[in-house]
Design a protein around this ligand. Structure first.
Ligand code: PLP
Length: 355
């Protein structure tokens, strides 16, 4: 009898929401509301002409582009097959059986999965009002804690912890605890990498992604800024040719058009704020979002399910939040103006917020 390792057998299969009707608006995966910059498709086509060759295993041109755009050292950057690959490798490198990964109640689900893949324990401290609570994290750290993982802005909450709070978190952690800051939505929160200096302490990693503001979810490119010693270890766990030729070309082409990315961000935040305002006036206590999605709380889990069905009937697929401990909430990605208007119309027409 062929048997998988026990901790693998215990993992749940990856599950997405069931697909919507043909032609539905897919507001369930936090994808960008428009395709990538106009130069991207041509750059990919040119790159694929030499697809008989392996991609650059050192991501040289891509790292140079990132170093210029984000004002960090190219040597401090690692690129991943999506930032998901980097999250899994980081946790595998620093936490295993007997160790603990600590995060928060409404954290990005991959933190828990990555800990389980690595055989490490996972623990979550409560959040308050859909926000990461730095004091709860600091008092939750125990002797076995090896990694503290925080997404900022958060997914699925969308909320943002100011820079000072993250610095207070880092300063309160032991220096043998790795702080994993997942900033997949960082471009929606503001320009640059304001916490990059934390990496030079040697105990903090910042991860970013091309999947959200740069509109390249389908190409699978993530990146991070890591202390040199941490990067050397994590690198050993990455596939040597992890970012395909086309994906590296796509990401470089996207970086060469920062105005397009900034415009995607401002279109998104404009539509997001307009929808949030209308949902709040309809009575939904939508938390402030610093991302390309909104978390919408309903009066109960049943109300959230009823709203989800009504949205599906109107051709709008959103993400139920039961798997995140928020069965009374739906997470709704910011889509086009028409999609957002249709979504608000469905939710404003009923009183799911109360029941
Ligand atoms: C979308 C997302 C990612 C991005 O993952 P990729 O592998 O780069 O597509 C990482 N972290 C969070 C919190 C996310 O929401």
């Amino acid at each position: 009898m062929i048997r998988p390792r026990r901790h693998v057998q215990g993992l749940a299969a990856y599950a997405l929401a069931p697909p919507g009707p043909e032609g539905a608006a897919l507001l369930n995966q936090n994808e960008a509301l428009r395709p990538p910059a106009p130069g991207v498709a041509d750059a990919v086509a040119r790159a694929v002409a030499t697809a008989h060759l392996y991609p650059d295993p050192d991501w040289t041109a891509l790292r140079a582009g990132l170093a210029g755009t984000y004002a960090v050292e190219a040597d401090a950057i690692l690129c991943g097959n999506g930032s998901m690959e980097l999250i899994v490798a980081l946790i595998a490198a620093y936490a295993g059986p007997g160790d603990e990964v600590l995060s928060t109640a409404q954290a990005y689900a991959l933190f828990r999965t990555a800990a389980a893949m690595s055989g490490a324990d996972y623990r979550a401290v409560p959040e308050a009002d859909y926000r990461v609570d730095v004091d709860a994290l600091l008092s939750g750290v125990g002797p076995a804690t090896r990694v503290v993982a925080v997404a900022n802005p958060g997914n699925p909450t969308g909320t943002y912890l100011p820079e000072g709070e993250i610095r207070r978190l880092r300063n309160g952690l032991r220096d043998d605890v790795l702080l994993l800051l997942d900033e997949a939505y960082g471009e929606f929160a503001g320009p640059g990498l304001p916490l990059a200096d934390l990496v030079t302490r040697g105990d903090t990693v910042i991860l970013r992604s091309f999947s959200k503001a740069w509109a390249l979810a389908g190409q699978r490119v993530g990146w991070g800024v890591l202390p040199a010693a941490v990067a050397a270890e994590v690198r050993k766990l990455l596939n040597p040719n992890n970012v395909s030729l086309g994906a590296q070309a796509a990401a470089r082409a996207a970086l060469s058009d920062p105005d397009y990315m900034a415009e995607t961000v401002s279109l998104t935040t404009g539509l997001r704020n307009r929808a949030a305002k209308r949902l709040r006036s309809a009575g939904y206590p939508v938390p402030e979002s610093a991302t390309n999605f909104l978390l919408v709380p309903f009066g109960s889990a049943e109300a959230a399910r009823a709203a989800d069905s009504a949205l599906r009937a109107a051709g709008i697929v959103v993400r139920p939040m039961g798997g995140y401990g928020l069965p009374d909430c739906l997470r709704i990605t910011v889509g086009t103006e028409d999609q957002m208007d249709a979504m608000v119309k469905v939710l404003a027409a009923s009183d799911w917020r109360k029941t």
